[in-house]
Write a protein that binds this ligand. Sequence first.
Ligand code: PLP
Length: 363
Amino acid sequence: MSEPVSRIARSLESATPFVAPEALERQGFQIHLRLGANESAFGASPAAIEAMSRAATVTHWYNDPESWELREAVGAREQVPPETVVVGPGIDGLLSLICRVVLDPGSSVVTTKGSYPTFTYAARGVGAVVHEVPYSAEKVDLGGLAEAARNYGARLVYVANPDNPSGSWQCAEELAKLRAELPSDTLLVLDEAYREYAPGPGTRTPLASTIRLRTFSKAHGMAGARIGYALAEPWFSVQADKIRMHFEVNSIAQAGALASVEDPEWVKSVASRTAEGVKVVHGLCESLGLGSLDTHTNFVLVDLGSPARANRMLREMLELGVFLRKPGLPPLDRYVRVTVGLPDQMSEFGDILRRWIESGARE
Ligand SMILES: Cc1ncc(COP(=O)(O)O)c(C=O)c1O
């Protein structure tokens, strides 16, 4: 019997974009320091935890498929109508939704080679053709993205800002310039997963033909709850309602996200404690003679000098119970990415890394 598989699925190679610490434990590694997935070690706001606990008692009811209370609360904070807020199961889920709303098989999209992979994954999943622009000086190349979008007639251009894994960030003026250089029928997708860690208040002015994506997975500390939102022009919500999974954002996540939006002090304190942690990692690198890249996120890229040494460090750290990740492609593949943890986790990691370096593993 032949397997009933679509042409698109058949054309793709099998891939596991993210190997989770749970999978590594199933392989026999014992992980006691999770510093690999850019989650917030500071956890969710106590108000969000309480709201989620309360919501857990009524999970026999279906959730609100319109996430209306959350959209109103986000709209009020962002000063936009709730109709322009689309809630989804994290940015990853929203990227998949955007691709399904906007792309046809064969459509072109443009992204940065080696940037956060879910966009590429989602675009290929609907049969789109992905054009990748290399980083320029370890930063997203906005001019290069605009040129590629014009050359290929791209329907979507993806920019993570701040970017993962480079940690680089572009200001509102640079993004407005990018938007102006794109064809008017190209939609700009701004993935702002790390927005809360970036400088300044961010732009409130909605750019035309632009979707901004936000998540509760990072500074809000709710990665496992799977919830995020898009800020988009009204047409997107109208079209998305035709094809989205209406009940996919569960009631516990909705309740936690609402409480977290209403507790901005928590997110601010997470951002400032994270900035302290970033300084600790930079200081550690300096004391060990390792370079590190500036960042506007909750992680730091540590320079191991060569891809081989970086791969070796990643493997040996895993054997020592430390879960890290690293960029797989040049020019960033000589770096290992360290997510900021709690102060005692940072000092434990510092001790482990120091011993690793002193044991000559650097050679
Ligand atoms: C740039 C970027 N976008 C999106 C995500 C995932 O966000 P979510 O958990 O909301 O799907 C991540 C997670 O690491 C990320 O680095």
